[in-house]
Design a protein around this ligand. Sequence first.
Ligand code: OGA
Ligand code: NI
Length: 338
Amino acid sequence: MAETTETVVDAGKGIRFKRNTSDVIPVIDFSVMLSSDPEVRKTIAPILRQACTEVGFFYLKNHGIPNAVIRRAHEAMQRYFALPREEKLKLHYMSNPNHRGYVSSGDINADHELKGKDMHEAFEAAQDLPADDPDYLKGIKFYGPNSWPETPPDFRWALGTYFDTQLEFGKIMLRAFALALHLPENYFDPIYTKPMSRMRACYYAPQDPDWDVSRIGIGAHRDYELFTTVWQSPQPGLQVKGTKGDWIEVSPIEDTFVINLGNLMQRWSNDLFLSRPHRVVNLTQEHRYSLVQFFGVNYDASLDAFPSCVSEQNPARYPPISCGKNTEDQVAQTYYKK
Ligand code: OGA
Ligand code: NI
């Protein structure tokens, strides 16, 4: 798989490790993780470890999420984004106390270096918990109630079901990551009891063929959490930054998700696993939709590095950070900086 060798160096301490990096995005078969035999489940470890250290992106097939759940979410979001702008603006995320609701075209710039604004629209949701949830009352915005539109009438049900199904899937996916990190398979289970997760249902209108990076679906960025699942409608547009600085298409493959790693995974793996920059450019002249879900662990779970990623020769490079603080800091930079 290797195309380029990168040397990871610590200032003053010398070479930490050499890694091969690759722009070939592998397709990983998840069916082994659904086996009741631990020996079968373990077979995913070397494949997933290689994808995470060399690429940071992979497709997942046989993920176990029913097609009907995805199809209904896709249909409901198509109806939602077709609503008049004024209707969608009624639930604008800036008028919501806990960062949920509608993000309109031009609201954010995921690439903080750019002056332009991202063209895509999104609807954002997170763990849908009651307003008297004790953690929400403490001020944790990522817990607490969602802000659902009344139209289309099935939106809440379809998107809520998608979110919850993904949240359950995330638990199994984290077991696979634990195996890939050479941790006990259940390492994440005790810190995935009230996990932080955010969902963005995204709509990308066709872009002008003579676009430039200041008018882009979503500008180049790295995700914030442990990992992200992306379901894409058949229109291509997602791109990952290649090892030579070029942009590599991550075109949709039917019945798969794209999974990419986020900054917290890179940090907690002591830079072993990669969080790669990516962006979306929709040049298809068709509407493009995606369902993007970000996965963390419990808000308070705090770590400098996974125990399997540190040694005497390779001590933790970063101070401890909690999952909640990490997401809050990074979300604030993208969404509230004016
Ligand atoms: C994101 C993202 C990709 C997509 O929302 O962070 O990278 O295909 N989205 O919508
Ligand atoms: Ni992203």
